[in-house]
Design a protein. Structure first.
Length: 363
């Protein structure tokens, strides 16, 4: 271990990108992953009965407007060009998201032209009806708050498209890896300067008294866990997934459908075969895999998904940031480390930034 130049703790998208970037600079990198496999929450498994790639921690679609990130990713994997479209179910009817002409015209039973949509959406009554139908119940479930506590003002912050474009993301570059996300992680870590040890969690105290003490550490686990929850646990929202194989070729006709009513216990149903429309063999099989997604309260030991941003949690986070400053060789990043929700491209971009030659930590 004496010849290791840096440690990367966590082999999710952030950690794997950091490791690859450092390795290509000639640095010898030890990657530690507490799980038995790499990939973090982007990890997928092939369903043995259907051959369908299942996103085990909920759907992940790579999309970006960052040219440097897209160029970096395409060095390791080819994307299939999948364009993400999301449907919403409300009172037995199905609508296209995001809010645009397709949704508004169907929901209100009108035929607005693009030039008429802004004025229509300025009407408080129209906004309130859209909020009640598509945002109030969904947000209530997502954050575990009573529907009456959800601020109707959020509808004012929702982008409105004056077109029939139902592509969920605005990013030009989108897709799912043709050979799967697991292949992406395997290729990112396939470098002679990278050593991977799964089933091993980074221990701050043990590291500081080890032969590798003082070597740069890039940590992407929960920041409060890193310091032994010295100031308390940061709050999160978690998710529970219910997977089911069905003896039909197609359940919902698309990859994701949101269920917006508060009395439906899940927020979304994922149907994974639709992420690979280029695979005709999978698409034509008379079986499919769906996954219902249930938001839930987080407790110690659960998988953390969404940070709960309150004044109290931000104050707690600030204390852990101060702890980090005492260790100039430590870089904390990623969704769990920074206590921020990131899309995958944002995590890759941040990783490339912190692992650049200009930003290497002190030893």
């Amino acid at each position: 271990m004496q010849n290791i130049d840096a440690i990367v703790a966590g082999a999710g998208i952030w950690g794997c990108t950091v490791a690859r970037s450092l390795a290509e600079q000639g640095r010898r990198v030890l990657v530690l992953e507490s799980r038995p496999v790499v990939g973090g929450n982007v990890r997928c498994e092939t369903d043995p009965e259907t051959g369908i790639e299942v996103h085990m921690y909920g759907s992940h679609i790579f999309h970006t407007h960052l040219d440097g990130v897209w160029k970096f990713m395409r060095r390791f994997i080819e994307f299939n060009g999948y364009q993400h479209k999301v449907l919403a179910r409300y009172r037995g009817r199905t609508y296209f998201l995001p809010v645009g002409l397709a949704l508004v015209n169907k929901f209100f039973g009108v035929e607005l032209a693009p030039s008429e949509l802004p004025a229509f959406m300025d009407d408080e009554t129209h906004r309130k009806r859209l909020f009640d139908a598509f945002f109030k119940g969904y947000t209530s479930k997502q954050w575990g708050r009573p529907p009456d506590e959800i601020d109707p003002a959020i509808i004012r912050r929702v982008p409105v498209r004056a077109s029939y474009d139902v592509n969920y993301f605005n990013d030009v570059n989108q897709g799912i890896p043709l050979t799967g996300y697991n292949s992406l992680f395997d290729r990112l870590l396939d470098h002679p300067n990278i050593v991977v040890e799964c089933g091993r969690e980074f221990d701050m105290s043990a590291h500081m008294s080890s032969a590798l003490a003082g070597r740069p550490v890039y940590y992407s686990g929960p920041i409060d866990r890193l310091f032994g929850y010295r100031y308390g646990e940061l709050p999160w929202r978690s998710l529970r997934f219910e997977q089911e194989t069905l003896g039909i070729s197609d359940f919902q006709g698309t990859s994701v459908v949101n269920y917006t009513e508060a009395d439906v216990p899940y927020t979304r149903i994922h149907e994974f075969k639709h992420y690979h429309p280029e695979n005709r063999e999978i698409m034509l099989r008379t079986k499919t895999v769906i996954m219902r997604e249930y938001p839930c309260a987080w407790k110690s030991g659960d998988e953390p998904y969404y940070p709960v941003n309150t004044e109290e949690s931000q104050s707690l986070l600030a204390k852990y940031h101060e702890e980090c400053k005492r260790h100039p060789w430590l870089v904390v990043g990623g969704r769990l480390g920074e206590y921020r929700y990131y899309d995958m491209d944002q995590s890759v971009g941040r990783a490339l930034e912190v692992a650049s030659k200009e930003n290497l930590p002190q030893q």
